[in-house]
Design a protein around this ligand. Structure first.
Ligand SMILES: *Cc1c(COP(=O)(O)O)cnc(C)c1O
Length: 367
């Protein structure tokens, strides 16, 4: 067994390529593909992932905030970048870096227009987000007249696309709701099309949307989680490969007597003779307290070892009573051998959360 030295998140670019091609195969050839790389590309490495996706032919990128887009520009990414949730204080920086904002409310539209005017922009590309039922961000359908009145006779901005976001794209039980969102979006797009004298494109689908509502791919789709190997469904996951594998190693092994406790606040009390391994990864690395006390497991020499007691800041202890292993042996927290989705599900959360929680303290390596 190799001693990997320190806790590491391995990033597999061939897995990324595999997943990208899988999603491309679900789309019409002319449909544009936007790769969502917000939150360090779902906890991996934003620059490494974006460069690979750009080389593979990704048309567009999306990030949540301006500083994420700046990171991509500074690394030499030249593709268009949509900023999903830009903060007005960063609008100047956004324009300086040729990032394209999502404008989602009358307030944001007005503030961005002022910045574009100050910076003497003409036809600056913007993306209008409409709320069709998620009730998170977005103009309402009846804001169209306000938008057009605001933009009328001004040339600072150009509507490059309009978009919306499904509330429950992975949930077949909410199919009717999703279809209503899609038809509301279509209606909004048609109304705007009639009133704007140039063309813009439309997009609505995230990863699960692509899989469940391919008829609503319009001119572009936006995929995040699927690129990283998770499809919100076990049948889909069979076709995908996890990009990130989180590895660590055993620091120390202890023999625990019956009745002894393990960890802070004596979170675990042994009911018999136990063997535990202490691992150099804790809540400061992204393993939240909800994973402790018998919930999540890690893999050691092919076998599951349960986290016992409370998760510490820099360590966890796992039960290895039934596992043949030694100090220095490799440990897989999640990845190819055991998915981030099942690790997350063991403790009541989802792959998105555990992936994006892995903190910047954890070393990233590309394989
Ligand atoms: C994060 C995000 C996506 C990507 O969703 P996935 O489920 O990861 O594919 C798409 N669109 C918007 C608006 C988002 O915020």
């Amino acid at each position: 067994m190799s001693n990997i030295g320190e806790t590491t998140l391995e990033i597999d670019l061939s897995a990324l390529e595999h997943n990208f091609k899988y999603f491309k195969s679900k789309l019409n050839p002319q449909t544009k593909f936007l790769g969502v790389v917000k939150a360090f590309a779902y906890g991996t490495d934003m620059v490494v992932i974006a460069k690979k996706l750009e080389a593979l032919g990704t048309d567009y990128f999306a990030v949540a905030y301006v500083k994420e887009g700046v990171l991509l520009r500074d690394a030499g990414i030249t593709s268009p970048i949509l900023v999903l949730h830009p903060q007005p204080i960063n609008f100047g920086v956004l324009i300086d870096h040729c990032l394209e904002p999502s404008l989602y409310s009358p307030r944001i539209l007005k503030l961005f227009l002022e910045h574009a005017n100050e910076k003497k922009q003409t036809h600056y590309p913007v993306h209008l987000k409409f709320n069709t039922g998620l009730n998170r961000l977005g103009f309402w359908e009846n804001d169209i007249d306000y938008i057009l009145k605001t933009l009328d006779a001004r040339n600072e901005l150009k509507i490059k696309s309009i978009f919306s976001h499904l509330a429950a794209s992975e949930d077949q039980g909410e199919r009717e709701f999703s279809l209503t969102q899609i038809s509301t979006f279509k209606k909004t797009a048609n109304e705007l099309k009639e009133k704007v004298d140039y063309s813009f494109f439309r997009h609505m689908l995230n990863t699960s949307g692509v899989l469940n509502y391919p008829e609503a791919q319009f001119e572009m789709v936006r995929s995040g989680i699927g690129l990283y190997g998770y499809g919100n469904h076990s049948e889909i996951d069979k076709h995908l490969k996890p990009v990130a594998t989180l590895k660590t190693s055993i620091s120390q092994i202890h023999k625990i007597e019956p009745g002894e406790s393990v960890g802070y606040n004596r979170g675990y009390t042994s009911d018999g003779y136990r063997v535990t391994a202490t691992l150099p990864i804790g809540h400061a690395d992204g393993i939240g307290r909800q994973y402790g006390n018998g919930k999540a497991t890690v893999i050691i020499n092919g076998k599951h070892a349960t986290i016992i007691g409370n998760v510490c800041m820099d360590m966890i202890m796992v039960d290895i009573t039934h596992i043949d292993c030694k100090e220095g042996d490799e440990v897989i927290v999640f990845g190819k051998e055991s998915s981030a989705e099942s690790f997350a599900n063991s403790s009541g959360t989802i792959s998105y959360e555990i992936l994006t929680a892995i903190s910047q303290r954890v070393k990233r390596t590309v394989v």
